[in-house]
Design a protein. Structure first.
Lengths: 58, 232
């Protein structure tokens, strides 16, 4: 009985859900930032193309 | 836009490989902490994200100083890129800290000195981005950004040392903990290796992202000057 109690006391806390949430935030935010870099670059290249065309017309 | 340099492609690949290895080390190489359980694994990337956040703000302050000295637009672009990346990682640091705190401190948030100074730091740089967006003249914006990045950097050492100088429940990784620190643990050699590798990996992530962000900033600068020229 004492050994059983001791084993129970030494078991680590069940915190797996929090770990998953933590890593979801880490990878999710990093991924969003990389996606934002890609989207901004795509939009700027589009703008640049239009502006260069306008400049050529003038 | 200039073609992507070969070294940047190499850096992209190296960074991804390092991130995969670091993730493996965090989940399978480092042992589980006996008291906190699995949530302790958040610590590796939580601290590494905090490191990149502070590194970003340091680079922003240095780039701001260089801009004030030589007025080259490039350094304003570097400073802005560093702040933006610093913000992203400081945000990750604060949010993952709150997630870790819930089972360990039994609360998502407490106005502890470390948490308070980290939040103030984050808000200072959020204000930097908002105020910059409100200035139209590029030279004025760059001068303002440079001064702000230097002054704003004061919040970084304050945040770093807050857990060492003030009475806090936030554990300290390097150095001795306060008597009231909750959630502190002794790192085993395997944990230390995973931790150091995470720091190295996040440093590579920072280098890779800032290179990409600076290239984007240069492109944005080119578009902005073309727009001004077309409108004139």
């Amino acid at each position: 009985m004492m050994l059983f109690t001791q084993l129970l006391q030494e078991a680590p806390a069940e915190t797996t859900g929090y770990m998953i949430a933590g890593y979801a935030v880490i990878f999710g935010v990093m991924l969003l930032y990389v996606a934002s870099l890609y989207i901004r670059k795509r939009n700027l290249l589009r703008d640049l193309e239009v502006l260069e065309e306008m400049e050529g017309d003038e | 836009m200039e073609p992507k340099p070969r070294w940047l492609t190499i850096l992209d690949i190296v960074t991804i490989v390092l991130l995969v290895i670091a993730t493996y080390m965090v989940f399978f190489y480092a042992p589980m902490e006996r008291v906190m359980g699995q949530v302790q694994r958040v610590f590796y990337f939580h601290v590494a994200a905090g490191w990149v956040g502070m590194l970003g703000f340091l680079v922003a302050a240095i780039a701001g100083g260089v801009y004030l000295k030589n007025s080259r637009r490039y350094w304003d672009i570097v400073s802005l890129a560093a702040v933006e990346i610093g913000m992203v990682f400081a945000f990750i640091n604060v949010v993952t800290g709150a997630i870790w705190a819930r089972p360990i401190w039994n609360t998502w948030w407490t106005w502890d000195p470390r948490l308070t100074t980290a939040t103030i730091m984050l808000l200072i740089y959020a204000a930097y981005l908002m105020l910059r967006a409100g200035i139209e003249d590029p030279d004025r914006r760059a001068r303002f950004g440079a001064v702000y990045a230097i002054v704003g950097f004061l919040s970084v050492p304050l945040t770093f040392f807050s857990a060492r100088l003030f009475r806090t429940i936030h554990p300290v990784v390097i150095g001795s903990n306060q008597p009231g620190a909750e959630g502190a643990f002794d790192m085993t050699p395997l944990m230390l290796q995973a931790f150091m590798f995470s720091l190295l990996t996040f440093s590579f992530i920072f280098a890779d992202l800032i290179w990409h962000r600076v290239r984007l900033g240069e492109l944005a600068d080119k578009v902005e000057s073309l727009k001004l020229k077309t409108m004139a």
